[in-house]
Design a protein around this ligand. Structure first.
Ligand SMILES: [Mg+2]
Length: 183
């Protein structure tokens, strides 16, 4: 029946529109391979980072690689802010090592944390990047805030059970994202 087909088409459009809210603008293998210099040349001036499984293993301190990245960002004139849903102590320790402003218990995916991060960096949504490893908190929140979102592969393959469950739910979204947006 043609009517059924129209209904199915509408349902599919709706589903895709729903899924797109979780799609990142870019998908990178790691936060450490992102070409920040290119974004800087395009006019981006600030980067909001998730910490756990984005910049370090869950709970792990900032290592040499992280220190170098933040130093490199400073050199090219990119502001930074750490935005984590984790506790103050974890976030503060990491932030002090890489010498960056930070927000703990960030409430992602709510937009408030992203807006506060931009205020701390004195940037706008148009010239701010977000980098994180989770679709339903990190990327969804950045998209809602109107910020360019970069999803990275989680650093740790061994994750806690509640995260494993979320990863399971991420799978179908990533499947459609890769089919529609990646060649
Ligand atoms: Mg994370």
């Amino acid at each position: 029946m043609p009517e059924d087909r129209a209904d199915n088409g509408k349902r599919k459009d709706f589903l895709i529109a729903m899924l797109k809210r979780f799609y990142p603008k870019r998908y990178e293998a790691s936060a450490y391979v992102i070409p920040f210099e290119q974004y800087q040349a395009k006019g981006y001036r600030g980067v909001i980072f998730d910490i756990d499984n984005t910049l370090a293993l869950h709970g792990a301190p900032a290592d040499e690689q992280a220190l170098e990245l933040f130093e490199r960002l400073r050199e090219i004139g990119m502001k930074t802010c750490l935005l984590s849903n984790n506790k103050e102590m974890r976030v503060r320790d990491f932030a002090e090592k890489v010498d960056s402003p930070y927000l703990y218990k960030g409430g992602k995916p709510r937009v408030r944390g992203y807006e506060r991060a931009m205020k701390l960096m004195d940037t706008e949504r148009e010239n701010t990047l977000f980098v994180g490893d989770q679709l339903f908190t990190d990327v969804y929140g950045a998209n809602r805030a109107g910020i360019y979102s970069i999803l990275v592969k989680p650093m740790d393959p061994q994750e806690e059970i509640q995260i494993v469950l979320k990863r399971y739910l991420e799978k179908p979204v990533l499947y459609f994202y890769k089919r529609q947006c990646l060649r």
